[in-house]
Structure formats: structure tokens, C-alpha cells
Design a protein around this ligand. Structure first.
Ligand code: SAM
Length: 216
């Protein structure tokens, strides 16, 4: 079975990522390595390499591999990067980030998910990831500034604290739009002070970012 997953993973990288234009070698390498099935519900593991989001606990989702790859590629990470992820969910994106960057801080509002993700990441020996339970719409002040911030849930607007907690030239990826509807995936680059450049990437559909500086 493990062998089948390995084959399916390499096929997913070719057919879902490379064919759609993902070309960053560090991103592709991470996707070739990280076992998505380990972050899925036991009963859904056979669907680990299907081309879509899948259900995890607490009514949340593990995102579609292609969208995660596009987000990671757009962040333009290097080996020395310190990254914040908002919305740990299963921990899969955090593991991918940990393969590419130096240090990953990931914050999740649902304790049950944070605990489970933390256990999986520990078991897989990701020592460069810290998981915390909290409201990521306010960022994670203690470890700021970050070279990159990945928001894995959709918001009505870009939370101010996330911009504040980026380094100058730092990049932020966030889906912005309707709650439980279609959202625009945005790439934000911090210029100086809190001045930003905004680019639209793709239309996406993410679960909502719920918090003090987002939907309540
Ligand atoms: N990156 C995850 C993965 O690889 O499995 C998928 C994330 S899932 C699409 C979005 C997650 O964001 C959910 O687990 C949800 O509980 C979390 N979330 C929503 N609002 C949040 C907030 N204010 N702070 C932290 N996490 C939040």
C-alpha cells in the first residue's frame, strides 16, 4: 500500500502540478516527498492524491494540492525563510513549508486540529515547525517579522496585522472574497512601511477565516 501511495504521489506531481505550470524545483521536491495520506482522515486515505480538497476533522478541509503548490511557488521562498501559516488544518501545508523554508510558525483556531497536526508533524520529524492554537487574523506577534505569510483560509479583506508582521519585500498569500463562495487568491508584496503591491492569482474556494479581524 505504501508503495502505491509513493507512485500516486509522483503521478500527482506530474499531472496536477507540472502540467499546470508549477516549475519551482524546491516546491516540486517538497510535493514529491511529503506523504499527503498521513495528514488525511484514516477512512479517506485512498483519496489522498485526488485532484481536490478533502474533508478533515471539525468540518475543515485539506486544500487541493495544486492550489497549495501555486501558493507556495508564489511566495518565492528560500532556504533561510521564516514563514507564518494561518490555518494549520491537517498540517500538510506546514510540512511542505518545512521542507522549503528554515522555520515555520503555524496557527490554528481549532484546538483539536492543532493538536492532531502537531502530533503528525512530530512523528514525521519536522523539528522546524511550531504549532499554536490561536486567532491567526491577528498574526503571531512574538516571532514577527516573517519573510512570508500563507493564509490557508478566506477573509473579507487583508487583516492589517498580517501586513505589519511581514518584512519589507515580504510576501503574503491570501484568498479574499465571499464567505463560503468564490474568492480571489491574492499575492501581496510589502513595499515599505505598510505600503503594498497587490496581484490577483486564481479564483479559489476556501473555508472562512474566523477571528477578531475577519468574519466573526
Ligand atoms: N493548510 C491546511 C492543510 O494543509 O491541511 C488547510 C487549512 S483549512 C483550508 C483552513 C483552516 O483555517 C481550518 O483548519 C480553520 O479552522 C482554520 N482557521 C480559520 N480561521 C482561523 C483563524 N482566525 N486563525 C487560525 N486558523 C483559522
Amino acid at each position: 500500500m505504501e508503495k502505491d501511495f509513493e507512485k500516486l504521489r509522483q503521478k500527482m506531481v506530474k499531472e496536477q502540478l507540472i502540467k499546470r505550470g508549477i516549475e519551482d524545483e524546491a516546491v516540486l521536491k517538497a510535493f514529491r516527498k511529503v506523504a499527503r495520506e498521513k495528514f488525511m482522515l484514516e477512512k479517506n486515505r485512498e483519496y489522498a492524491y485526488q485532484d481536490g480538497a478533502q474533508s478533515i476533522d471539525a468540518g475543515q478541509t485539506i486544500s487541493q494540492p495544486y492550489i497549495v503548490a501555486l501558493m507556495l511557488q508564489s511566495l518565492g521562498l528560500n532556504e533561510g525563510a521564516r514563514v507564518l501559516e494561518v490555518g494549520t488544518g491537517s498540517g500538510y501545508a506546514a510540512a511542505l513549508l518545512a521542507e522549503i523554508a528554515k522555520k515555520v510558525y503555524t496557527i490554528e483556531r481549532i484546538e483539536e486540529l492543532a493538536l492532531k497536526a502537531s502530533k503528525v508533524l512530530e512523528k514525521l520529524n519536522y523539528h522546524n515547525v511550531e504549532v499554536k492554537v490561536g486567532d491567526g487574523s491577528l498574526g503571531w506577534e512574538e516571532n514577527a517579522p516573517y519573510d512570508a505569510i500563507l493564509v490557508s483560509a478566506a477573509a473579507p479583506y487583508v487583516p492589517e496585522k498580517l501586513i505589519e508582521q511581514l518584512t519589507v519585500k515580504g510576501r503574503l498569500i491570501i484568498p479574499i472574497g465571499k464567505r463560503n463562495g468564490i474568492q480571489q487568491l491574492k499575492l501581496i508584496t510589502k513595499k515599505y512601511r505598510n505600503k503594498i503591491k497587490e496581484e490577483n492569482l486564481e479564483y479559489v474556494r476556501f473555508v472562512p477565516l474566523l477571528g477578531e479581524d475577519s468574519w466573526r
